[in-house]
Design a protein around this ligand. Structure first.
Ligand code: HGY
Ligand code: MN
Ligand code: MN
Length: 462
C-alpha cells in the first residue's frame, strides 16, 4: 500500500465512522476531518481513491453524440480530417471541454488544447487522442481517448481537485493522415508534408487553415521536452488480443513505425479489342503482380511486420481500354525501422524485375507522413499497470500494431498508452465497438495514472 492509498483509506468516511467515539478519538476525528478538508485535494482525492471514478454513462453519451458528426449509413463515421463533419465534431468537443472547466485554444497546427492550471510551476501532463476518422471508420478509434480525457478533466473539476502540474487535454489534428498534429508538436511537420493530399482532398496545409491553424507559424505549435512532464493516450486496441483473452487493459510497450509510398506504374492505354495480348503494356496487370510480390516479400520472414496495398486507381478506367497508368499505395509497418527499410528494398527489387517483364516503368514516391517506431516509457508503463491493478482490473503488456500520436510524443515526453478491448478486434470499420464498461475502465486507469504522475512525478528514467 502506498502512502497515499493508506492516507485515503485512513481518512475515508468509513474509517472515521467505524472509529469508536471516545473523547480522544472524537478530537482525532475532528482533527482528521480538518486535515482531510485541508489536504483533501493533495492526498486522498489525488490518489484516485475508490471514491473518485469516471461517469461511464456520460462517456458513452458523449461517444454516441460525437458519432452523429459524419455518420454513415453503415453505423460508423466518415469524419475525415478537415471535412465539415470534422469541423462540426471539434466544435462539439470544444463545448465539452469548456463544460469540464478547460480553457480551450487551437494551436497553429490546428490541435485543440484544453488547459487546466496547476498549483505549482511544473511541466504539463498532457493526455488525449484524435477525433478524425478514416473514410468509412468507426465510432471509437481516437474518440474513446478524447472522451476519456475530457471525462478525467470533468471529474477533477466536479470534485474540486487541483493538481500540482498543469493538465492539457489534447485532440490531435489529422491523426489518420499521418499523425499531423503530433508531428507539428515535435517540430517535424514542414515542407513536403504540408503538400500531401489528405483524405478530405485538401492538402494538409489547406486543411490546417480550415481548422483555424496557421501553417506559416507551425513553430509555435512545437513543444519542448522541458515543457512536458508526461503524455498519456487512452485508445481502443484495434486488435483482438484483449478481447480474445478477456483482459481489461493493455499496457502498451511500443508502437509500430509506419511508412507510406505512392507507387506509379506506367503502361500504354490502347484499344482493348484490337490490341493482341502479346502487344500490350498493361499497367494494371503489372500492378497485380506487384501486389502479389509485396505480399510474398512481407511474409517471407518471421515477425509481426505487415505490408498493405490499400488504394489503387487505374486510368483511363474503362472496360474497353487497356489500363495505361496505375497509382497505388504501399504501406509497411514494424517495430523496427531497419526491418521496414530492408523489406522495402526487397520490394523495389521485385518491382525492377516486374517492370522489365511487362515493359511498364514503376516508380516509388515516399510520402512524408512517416511514423517512427517508439517504445513507451518504462516508468509510465509501471504507473499504468499499478493503476489497473489497484482498480482490480486484469492487464497485460503488449505492442501496438496501429499507429498513434503517442509515438511522436514519445520523442519529447515520457509517454504511455492504455488500451481497452475492441470487440472482435475490428477497427477502421463501422463495426468497430467497445463496451461502455471497458471505456470507463480505461478512463479510470487514465484518471489514476494522471493523478499518480502528478503526485509523485516519474522518478529517474532508467
Ligand atoms: O493507421 C493507424 O494505425 C491509425 O489508426 N491511425
Ligand atoms: Mn485509426
Ligand atoms: Mn486512432
Amino acid at each position: 500500500m502506498t502512502r497515499t492509498d493508506y492516507f485515503s483509506m485512513k481518512f475515508s468516511p468509513i474509517f472515521l465512522t467505524s472509529t469508536s467515539i471516545s473523547a480522544t478519538s472524537l478530537t482525532w476525528a475532528v482533527l482528521c476531518l480538518a486535515i482531510t478538508t485541508f489536504l483533501g485535494t493533495s492526498f486522498a482525492a489525488q490518489a484516485g481513491g475508490p471514491e473518485l471514478k469516471v461517469n461511464a454513462e456520460r462517456i458513452e453519451q458523449h461517444i454516441l453524440a460525437l458519432a452523429e458528426f459524419g455518420k454513415n449509413p453503415e453505423g460508423g463515421v466518415s469524419r475525415v480530417a478537415f471535412s465539415e463533419a470534422d469541423i462540426a465534431g471539434r466544435k462539439y468537443i470544444i463545448g465539452l471541454m469548456e463544460t469540464a472547466g478547460l480553457k480551450v485554444r487551437v494551436d497553429t497546427a490546428g490541435n485543440l488544447i484544453g488547459r487546466r492550471g496547476g498549483t505549482e510551476n511544473l511541466p504539463v501532463i498532457m493526455f488525449g487522442s484524435h477525433s478524425d476518422s478514416v473514410p468509412g471508420g468507426g465510432n471509437y478509434d481516437g474518440d474513446v481517448g478524447v472522451m476519456g480525457a475530457i471525462e478525467v478533466a470533468q471529474v477533477l473539476n466536479e470534485n474540486g481537485i487541483n493538481t500540482r502540474h498543469p493538465l492539457e487535454v489534447v485532440v490531435f489534428v489529422d491523426e489518420e493522415g499521418g499523425l499531423v498534429g503530433s508531428r507539428a508538436m515535435t517540430g517535424e511537420l514542414s515542407g513536403p508534408a504540408l503538400g500531401v493530399i489528405s483524405h478530405s482532398g485538401l492538402t494538409i496545409e489547406e486543411g490546417i487553415r480550415v481548422l483555424g491553424g496557421n501553417p506559416e507559424r507551425l513553430d509555435e505549435a512545437r513543444r519542448e521536452p522541458d515543457e512536458l512532464a508526461a503524455f498519456v493516450e487512452l485508445h481502443i486496441e484495434q486488435g483482438a488480443i484483449l478481447d480474445d483473452g478477456d483482459i481489461d487493459i493493455g499496457v502498451v510497450e511500443g508502437i509500430v513505425g509506419i511508412q507510406w509510398w505512392d507507387v506509379t506504374i506506367e503502361g500504354s492505354a490502347n484499344h482493348a479489342g484490337t490490341t493482341p495480348m502479346h502487344k500490350r503494356n498493361d499497367a494494371l496487370l503489372a500492378a497485380a503482380e506487384l501486389i502479389q510480390a509485396i505480399n510474398q516479400v512481407i511474409t517471407s520472414e518471421p515477425g509481426t511486420q505487415v505490408g498493405t496495398v490499400g488504394r489503387i486507381s487505374a486510368t483511363p478506367g474503362a472496360p474497353n481500354v487497356i489500363p495505361g497508368k496505375v497509382v497505388m499505395s504501399l504501406e509497411i509497418r514494424d517495430l523496427s525501422a531497419e526491418k521496414i527499410t530492408r523489406l522495402y528494398r526487397q520490394i523495389r527489387a521485385e518491382a525492377a524485375s516486374i517492370e522489365k517483364r511487362y515493359k511498364t516503368p514503376i516508380s516509388f514516391q515516399h510520402l512524408d507522413v512517416d511514423a517512427v517506431p517508439a517504445p513507451t516509457d518504462k516508468r509510465v508503463r509501471a504507473i499504468i499497470a499499478g493503476a489497473a491493478e489497484s482498480l482490480g482490473l486484469s492487464y497485460i503488456a503488449m505492442p501496438s500494431g496501429a499507429g498513434h500520436d503517442a509515438q511522436d510524443m514519445a520523442q519529447i515526453a515520457p509517454t504511455g498508452m492504455i488500451f481497452v478491448p475492441s470487440v472482435g478486434g475490428i477497427s477502421h470499420s463501422p463495426r468497430e465497438f467497445t463496451y461502455p464498461r471497458d471505456m470507463a475502465n480505461g478512463a479510470n486507469v487514465l484518471l489514476k495514472t494522471i493523478l499518480r504522475i502528478d503526485e509523485s512525478g516519474l522518478g529517474k528514467s532508467s
